[in-house]
Design a protein around this ligand. Structure first.
Ligand SMILES: [Zn+2]
Length: 62
């Protein structure tokens, strides 16, 4: 059976596992209605529009 010649260091293990870390959500899209940052394929959180029509009733936080 093949056996590793060297112990895998903590540093090497950590840098390998860093590839699997969750990446932050990049809000690349902006709303066509109000221009606010918005996730693609989601209704706009600030105006409630999706695909050119209102789909959510947004309650203003005041
Ligand atoms: Zn919007």
């Amino acid at each position: 059976m093949a056996v590793p010649k060297r112990k895998t260091s903590k540093s090497r293990t950590a840098s390998r596992k860093a590839q699997n870390m969750k990446k932050p959500i990049t809000r690349a899209s902006s709303c066509a209605q109000c221009g606010a940052p918005q996730q693609p394929h989601h209704a706009c959180p600030s105006c409630g529009y999706y695909a050119g029509r209102q789909v959510l009733t947004v309650v203003s936080e005041e």
